[in-house]
Design a protein around this ligand. Structure first.
Ligand SMILES: Nc1ncnc2c1ncn2[C@@H]1O[C@H](COP(=O)(O)OP(=O)(O)O)[C@@H](O)[C@H]1O
Ligand SMILES: [Mg+2]
Length: 294
């Protein structure tokens, strides 16, 4: 089971995503991004966060630490926003917390470069868990201390929304055309060779065990939470060995302007990033050009 902490202060809502997570402080003096059980997306989103986040971290990817957070809605009484008040009231009890990465920036594919090896691992991992939410529109990656970190694994494992069709659903390919790291020449073969053997029944059973019972109880078609945990293991285990052969990529057609502030990106275009020497040479050439015109 994940470590459990108690929320002591609701700090502020985060409005970039769709689910209105909030920043909270907890009794372990930690600061967390809290995902609410009472959010419209439902508790399956939280189950997906736990299973995929914990799996990713065990595969060596950077995923902030996860905890469960006990919430007494009374901590939000001073919060003026009606929507937040309702969310807090609907989420009394156990919620999900992700370690808050202070000072992190949203990943911008025009401002940061990722090598083919790391890009390959992330694309392969997203194919494994069927993550449809790491596109250039919505990268769900943060850059912290210079490294990319993976967040938001709520929109994964689509098969857990329809268990009777899970096997057929998990056998489907993964389309990586819109993946935020698709332009970084992801080395998917190398990633599969390294990571697929690590995705064992044992490891998946271990990550499924991290999910609190409260988020699994009462699922139609299952007699026990253990049986449901087992159902989470099977599609991932089946996918691990061969999903790399079913990663589809359409020809790249989409480009978009950077949304990063100018101070972050203006010195970065075009790639490769110009060095000081390049810039000095460019300035010299500019001066020479002007002189020549006189
Ligand atoms: N661990 C974190 N540290 C710092 N900021 C975060 C963290 N997790 C999420 N955020 C910020 O909150 C936003 C929404 O979080 P996300 O997990 O993507 O939720 P949603 O389901 O609403 O998309 C992110 O885009 C990011 O800006
Ligand atoms: Mg998000």
């Amino acid at each position: 089971m994940l470590e459990e902490v108690v929320a002591t202060r609701y700090v502020t809502p985060l409005r970039e995503g769709g689910s209105l997570p909030g920043i909270v402080e907890a009794d372990d003096l930690g600061t967390y991004v809290m995902k609410f059980t009472g959010a419209g997306q439902g508790r399956k989103t939280l189950v997906a966060e736990v299973i995929c986040g914990e799996l990713g971290r065990r595969l060596g990817l950077r995923v902030p630490e996860l905890v469960t957070i006990q919430l007494d809605p009374v901590i939000g009484l001073a919060e003026p926003d009606q929507e937040v008040q309702e969310l807090l009231r609907a989420s009394a009890g156990l919620n999900l917390g992700m370690d808050y990465l202070p000072g992190s920036l949203g990943f911008d594919p025009l401002a940061y470069e990722v090598g083919p090896a790391e890009a390959g691992k992330v694309v392969w991992f997203d194919a494994l868990i069927n993550n449809v939410d790491r596109s250039w529109r919505n990268p769900n990656m943060l850059v912290w201390h210079g490294d990319p970190w993976l967040i938001d694994h709520g929109a994964t494992m689509i098969w857990h929304h329809n268990w009777p069709g899970a096997q057929a659903s998990a056998a489907k390919p993964y389309n990586a055309s819109d993946h935020v790291l698709a332009p970084f020449r992801p080395d998917i073969e190398a990633a599969a060779a390294e990571l697929a053997p690590l995705v064992t029944e044992e490891l998946l059973t271990e990550v499924a065990a991290e999910v609190p019972d409260a988020w699994l109880e009462g699922e139609p078609g299952f007699d026990s939470t253990d049986q449901l945990r087992r159902a989470y293991v099977e599609p991932l285990l089946a996918r691990a060995g061969s999903i790399h052969e079913r990663i589809e990529r359409d020809a790249p057609t989409k480009t978009r302007p950077s949304q990063a502030p100018g101070w972050l990106t203006e010195h970065l275009t075009p790639w490769p990033h110009p060095t000081k020497k390049d810039r000095a040479a460019q300035a010299d050439a500019g001066r020479a050009g002007k002189d020549g015109g006189r």
